[in-house]
Design a protein around this ligand. Structure first.
Ligand code: MN
Ligand code: MN
Length: 327
């Protein structure tokens, strides 16, 4: 159980996991922008939500339960801290009710970290926060592939005349040239929509859309094979809306949709992404006040650990193979 390096400071073996002040997985808290492999940031902005608000407490809830996580991933046979140097950069300043000012801060902050080589891992917040992340990362990396897990496409044009909401970021991202929709995929769409053609609208923008019904038809392996084929070699932003999961597995969210996926299915799909070139990711729409027994925050935290594991596997491949835990 003894380890030279670990995310956890102090080590889990020297101090119980439930002790101490919370950062994501007890990473060091380093708000100063610096050269790192990754940074975990909170974006506690939730006033672009179209139904239930409260995801401003998402980052706090995810950090709280993340202390439960242990440092090694048994599926990938990897301990991310052996390959990655990362910190918790704290929360980005947001202004409730002022979407554009909050988005400007998110863009500036994410861009500053990305320019130092860090892969930003952002905890939402409502899904509007992904747009300013994409602005930041496309300014550093060029137009990105989007890999989008969600019950909703979030490609509506506006809500009550508002262009910047949690239901519109991906239409804006296409319009602004931040992502290449022909290299992007949306997975898991289901539920009631405003108009029978809503999903076709996303397809008209260029996205590959694989609905929940289609996923059940073709299977999850085939779903991920099509997604990976679509993405190819391009730089990828992975965005995961927790409502991709069934409300039974993630009750704490603002716009739940029935007939979703299990946490095991989501974890299994993410684990197939070891070949993608990930330059940024986020996990959004966790709403702790509506959670039950910390199911949703735990799921969110664990899926973020899967993101970290993907970065670690990628790094492992690109560094020398002198590590004892190499696969
Ligand atoms: Mn969403
Ligand atoms: Mn959603």
């Amino acid at each position: 159980m003894s380890d030279e390096t670990s995310f956890l400071t102090p080590e889990v073996t020297s101090m119980p996991r439930f002790s101490g002040i919370r950062t994501f997985m007890r990473l060091p808290y380093e708000p100063e922008v610096q050269e790192r492999d990754f940074v975990v940031l909170g974006a506690p902005f939730d006033t672009s939500a179209s139904y239930r608000a409260g995801t401003r407490f998402g980052p706090e809830g995810i950090r709280r339960i993340s202390s439960l996580l242990r440092p090694a991933n048994v599926f990938h046979k990897i301990k991310p801290s052996e390959f990655l140097n990362g910190v918790d950069g704290g929360d980005i300043m947001v202004i409730p009710g002022n979407t554009e000012a909050s988005h400007r801060n998110i863009t500036a902050h994410v861009k500053a970290w990305a320019e130092k080589g860090a892969v930003p891992i952002v905890l939402g917040g409502d899904h509007s926060i992904t747009l300013p992340e994409l602005r930041a990362l496309s300014s550093v990396h060029g137009p990105l592939s989007l890999l989008h897990f969600d019950a909703h496409g979030d490609t509506w044009d506006d809500y009550w005349g508002e262009k910047y909401t949690h239901g519109t970021p991906f239409r804006r991202a296409v319009e602004e040239g931040l992502i290449d929709p022909y290299r992007s995929v949306q997975i898991g769409m289901r539920g009631t929509v405003y108009h029978p053609n809503d999903l076709d609208e996303a397809r008209k923008l260029g996205f590959l859309v694989i609905t929940a019904d289609e996923m059940r038809e073709i299977g999850l392996q085939e779903t991920m094979r099509r997604a990976l084929e679509r993405i190819g070699e391009s730089k990828v932003f992975l965005t995961f809306d927790i409502d991709f999961l069934d409300p039974a597995f993630a009750p704490g969210t603002g716009t739940p949709e029935i007939a979703g996926f299990t946490s095991a299915e989501a974890q299994g799909m993410l684990r197939q992404l070891t070949d993608i070139h990930l330059v940024g990711c986020d996990l959004v729409e966790v709403l702790p006040a509506l959670d039950s027994a910390e199911i949703t925050t735990l799921t969110g935290a664990t899926l973020v650990f899967e993101f970290l594991s993907l970065l670690a596997v990628h790094k492992q491949r690109t560094t020398s193979s002198s590590f004892s835990h190499s696969k």
